[in-house]
Design a protein around this ligand. Structure first.
Ligand SMILES: O=C(O)CCC(=O)C(=O)O
Length: 284
């Protein structure tokens, strides 16, 4: 039997394209056979069968406290914390190999996330944002690679990821504000989602994807995804890598990407209003 490699070699063109555009689409990263056990774990979370998650199990398109049947965009954050059986799985290993080629080998897995858009939910919108807008300020090294594995073919109609290529090169992060249902920073306690304004010059690119393939995106690229108007689900498994130093900094200040973290979001949002200038790009 041939044991599939954890490696997924990228071409120089792919690396250059990631640096220029801020994203990549990579085909056939996880095989059908490898997907099946991951999918069965995914389903336990997305069907609400994992207890004790608090706000780490929520609707990413609305306020906390919604009844499960009313979730549009089912969100399970940090599944590997709640099910350590996921640690070291094939997607983690292959995504690490990809991230290492894009931002260097000094990386750590920062967080993982399961997302699932229910069928016929036009409200299952992931608001436009830059990932860095969600994260603590004060990390001089922001290098991040986020890989998102399609468990269903993703299409424009079922709400695939959309990006604004090149927006990661803007000198400042765009101002992020709590989404419509929470109109002030204090209400960040009521809903997790932040959003940015699109600009008239933003050229949006949709990233349709086959099951088993992945998108990869940069921490500064403007991205989001529309609702699901089809009769099927759109499910995706997200893993993000940051530099070991940055992950250590986050943990030191008590930031784990859990929605249950006791972070002072008001201070965080005030800091976001102040433009952050670009850090030096990837060393070496
Ligand atoms: O896949 C999506 O719909 C959005 C995911 C996202 O925004 C992210 O992984 O940063």
């Amino acid at each position: 039997m041939t044991i599939p490699s954890d490696d997924y070699p990228l071409s120089a063109d792919q690396v250059a394209s990631y640096q220029r555009e801020g994203y990549l689409v990579l085909p056939d990263v996880v095989t059908e056979t490898e997907l099946l056990p991951l999918e069965s774990t995914f389903q336990r979370f997305i069907e609400g069968r994992v207890s004790g998650m608090g706000r780490d199990f929520c609707d990413m398109s609305g306020p906390y406290g919604r009844a499960f049947e009313d979730f549009n965009l089912v969100n399970a954050v940090l599944p590997r914390v709640y099910d350590p059986g996921l640690v070291g799985n094939v997607f983690e290993r292959r995504a690490a190999a990809i991230a290492g080629q894009l931002i260097g080998d000094d990386i750590a897995l920062d967080y993982d996330q399961f997302l699932a858009k229910r069928p016929r939910r036009s409200e299952a919108v992931f608001a436009w944002h830059q990932d860095l807008g969600y994260w603590p300020t004060g990390t001089p090294d922001t290098r991040t690679v986020t890989c998102s594995l399609a468990l269903d073919d993703a299409t424009l109609e079922n709400g695939c990821l959309q990006v604004v290529p090149g927006s990661q090169q803007e000198p400042d992060l765009r101002p992020h504000r709590p989404s419509a249902w929470s109109s002030s920073a204090a209400l960040r306690e009521e809903a997790h989602t932040l959003t940015v304004e699109l600009r008239p010059t933003d050229a949006i690119v949709a990233l349709p994807l086959r099951r088993g393939s992945i998108t990869v995106h940069n921490e500064r690229i403007v991205h989001g995804s529309p609702g699901n108007t089809t009769n099927g689900w759109r499910r995706t498994y997200v893993i993000a890598f940051r530099s070991q130093q940055t992950v250590a900094y986050e943990r030191r200040i008590g930031f784990t990407h859990s929605h249950n973290d006791a972070i002072n979001w008001e201070t965080h949002l005030e800091a976001l209003e102040r433009p952050r200038s670009r850090p030096p790009s990837r060393p070496g």
